[in-house]
Design a protein around this ligand. Structure first.
Ligand SMILES: [Zn+2]
Length: 223
């Protein structure tokens, strides 16, 4: 179980570098192994040189259980989300360009495109600024997340959670795409937003059908 989680994180890290979702050693990924442990990327290491044994295992208080390296400096953010949202099984934190642009503007990504509202259920909101790696940042992120799967971190980046690392990554990609579209629309007079009633319909439809696919795939954790 630990080895599988470590392998998934290494593979996902390489994918995120290839997609230009992260650069250098910034951003971080984690998987909840069980109710008392999670695997997380180490601090200050480039994703393209990570080995499975470099992925650190910590308990839900942040104490290191396995691994020689120091866990990500954003471990408190990951643990706060796991502890507050039992459905969260994986977390992706990136500094992707367009989401970070919205975060620097302290501007939510509005409900402007269908795939975003299907997966998020509305806008992606901005957490109040706090220094990176702090408990305050984690608290502010939880407020901005509410019952959603993504939030912007002011002047910093974006954090997403999912019922698997695959879905957390997909959410990070969709948020980045929506942020990109939003930035384009802002130069062309502004986007026309989706109606609230239709957002609810699309989000409910996505949850029902996505959950069904997860059951068919044999995943044991559902929303
Ligand atoms: Zn960061």
């Amino acid at each position: 179980m630990i080895d599988a989680a470590r392998r998934q994180i290494v593979t996902a890290g390489i994918k995120m570098v290839e997609q230009k979702m992260i650069a250098g050693s910034w951003g971080n990924l984690s998987i909840k192994i069980d109710t008392s442990r999670c695997a997380i990327t180490p601090s200050g290491r480039s994703y393209d040189s990570l080995n499975t044994e470099d992925i650190v295992v910590v308990d839900m208080q942040g104490n290191k259980i396995k691994g020689a390296l120091i866990p990500s400096s954003e471990t408190p953010l990951h643990l706060a989300i796991y502890n507050a949202i039992p459905a969260a099984q994986a977390i992706v934190h990136t500094h992707s360009v367009y989401a970070s642009a919205c975060a620097a503007l302290h501007r939510s990504i509005p409900a402007l495109i269908e795939d975003l509202v299907q997966i998020i259920g509305g806008s992606v909101d901005v957490a109040e600024y706090a220094l990176p790696g702090t408990k305050v940042l984690a608290e502010n992120a939880l407020i901005a997340l509410q019952n959603k799967k993504a939030a912007l971190l002011a002047n910093h980046g974006v954090v997403c959670w999912g019922i698997s690392l695959e879905t957390a990554l997909m959410t990070a990609e969709i948020v980045e795409k929506a942020a990109h579209i939003y930035c384009i629309c802002e130069t062309m007079g502004g986007a026309k937003l989706l109606p609230e009633s239709d957002i609810a319909i699309m989000h409910d439809f996505y949850k029902q059908h996505y959950s069904k696919r997860q059951i068919e795939k044999g995943d044991d954790v559902l929303e």
